[in-house]
Design a protein around this ligand. Structure first.
Ligand SMILES: NC(=O)c1ccc[n+]([C@@H]2O[C@H](COP(=O)([O-])OP(=O)(O)OC[C@H]3O[C@@H](n4cnc5c(N)ncnc54)[C@H](O)[C@@H]3O)[C@@H](O)[C@H]2O)c1
Length: 276
C-alpha cells in the first residue's frame, strides 16, 4: 500500500488481533513500527513476523493505563526513530454484564484501558506528531461507539467516549493549524481473541459469550480489518466503518434514530446468551 514508506508508526495492543495485523500491514507497506502490549508472548510472535518482513521494529512491554510509563515511552520512540508520524491507539479489552450486576471496579477497568488508554496515548504522542510535520492519530473505537446493546454498558461507554474525544481532536487540529490528521475506527465483528480474553460479571457465562461472538458475530479477518483501516488512514477519512456488519448496523441506527433500542433489545434478547 502506498503512503506509508519511511513513516514511523506506533501500535498499542500489537500482540494479538487487529493490532498485530496493523503492525504487519504497516511493515509490509514500508513503515517503521513501534509495537507494545502487556502480552509479551504475543508481542514476541508479532516481532518474529515483522522481522521476517525485514521491518525496522522497536518492541516494548507497555500497559496503556500506566500514564507516566506511556509518556516516557513516547519520548523513547521519538528518540529511537528520530520522529513519530502515526499512533494507532488499539489496545483494548471486553467485558460483559448488565449494569445491575456489574461492580464499579469492572466498569472502571474497561474505562481505564479502552478510554483512558486512548487518552494517554494521544496526549503522550501529540507533541511528537505535531513536530513531525506529518502526523496522524488513529483511535480504535467500535460499532459499540455508535450504538449501545444490553450487557455492554461499560464497553459502550468507553467506545462512545473514544469517539467523542477523537472527533473533537480532529476539529482542534484543523483549527490550530497543526499538521495532524485524525481518524476514528469503528470495527464490526473481527475474528480476534477479544471475546476469549474478555471478563464478565459474576453469573454471566463468559465461555458461552465467547462462543457466541466467535460463531455468530465475528465475520471479518484481522488482516482485512487492518487493510481497511490503512486505506482510510491513507485517504485521511475522519471515520471508518470496518466490515459489512458495521456498515449495515450503522445504516439501521441512523435510519431508526432512538428506535434502534427497542429493535435491538427485542432481537438480541432472543439470540444472545444472558447478560444478567
Ligand atoms: N474484535 C472485534 O470484533 C472488535 C470490534 C470492535 C472494536 N474492537 C477493538 O479493537 C481493538 C483490538 O482488539 P482485538 O479484537 O484485536 O482484541 P485482542 O484481544 O485480540 O487484542 C487486544 C490486545 O490488547 C492488549 N491489551 C489489553 N489490555 C492492555 C493494556 N492495558 N495495555 C496494553 N495492551 C493491552 C491485549 O493483550 C491484546 O494483545 C480493541 O480496542 C477492541 O475494543 C475489536
Amino acid at each position: 500500500m502506498e503512503g506509508f514508506a519511511g513513516k514511523v508508526a506506533v501500535v498499542t495492543g500489537a500482540g494479538s488481533g487487529i493490532g498485530q495485523a496493523l503492525a504487519i500491514e504497516l511493515a509490509r507497506a514500508g513503515a517503521k513500527v513501534a509495537i507494545s502490549d502487556v502480552n509479551t508472548e504475543g508481542l514476541a510472535q508479532t516481532v518474529e513476523r515483522l522481522e521476517a518482513i525485514g521491518a525496522s521494529v522497536k518492541s516494548d512491554r507497555l500497559d496503556v493505563t500506566e500514564r507516566e510509563a506511556f509518556l516516557a515511552y513516547a519520548d523513547e520512540v521519538n528518540e529511537h526513530f528520530g520522529k513519530v508520524n502515526q499512533i494507532y491507539n488499539n489496545a483494548g479489552i471486553a467485558y460483559t454484564g448488565d449494569i445491575e450486576i456489574s461492580q464499579f471496579k469492572d466498569i472502571e477497568r474497561v474505562m481505564d484501558v479502552d478510554f483512558w488508554g486512548v487518552v494517554n496515548g494521544t496526549k503522550a504522542f501529540l507533541p511528537h506528531l505535531i513536530a513531525s510535520g506529518d502526523g496522524h492519530v488513529i483511535n480504535i473505537s467500535s460499532i459499540f461507539g455508535l450504538f449501545s446493546v444490553p450487557g455492554q454498558s461499560a464497553y459502550n461507554s468507553a467506545k462512545f467516549a473514544v469517539r467523542g474525544f477523537t472527533e473533537a481532536l480532529r476539529q482542534e487540529m484543523v483549527l490550530a493549524g497543526h499538521p495532524v490528521k485524525v481518524t476514528t475506527v469503528h470495527p464490526g465483528g473481527i475474528k480476534t481473541a477479544i471475546a476469549r480474553n474478555a471478563t464478565a460479571a459474576e453469573g454471566v457465562d463468559v465461555k458461552e459469550m465467547a462462543e457466541f461472538f466467535d460463531k455468530r458475530l465475528a465475520s471479518t479477518s484481522p488482516q482485512r480489518a487492518a487493510r481497511i483501516i490503512l486505506e482510510a488512514v491513507r485517504k485521511n477519512k475522519p471515520r471508518v466503518l470496518v466490515g459489512p456488519d458495521a456498515k449495515a448496523l450503522d445504516l439501521i441506527v441512523r435510519a431508526t434514530g432512538s428506535g434502534y433500542q427497542r429493535l435491538f433489545a427485542a432481537v438480541l434478547g432472543r439470540m444472545m446468551p444472558s447478560t444478567h
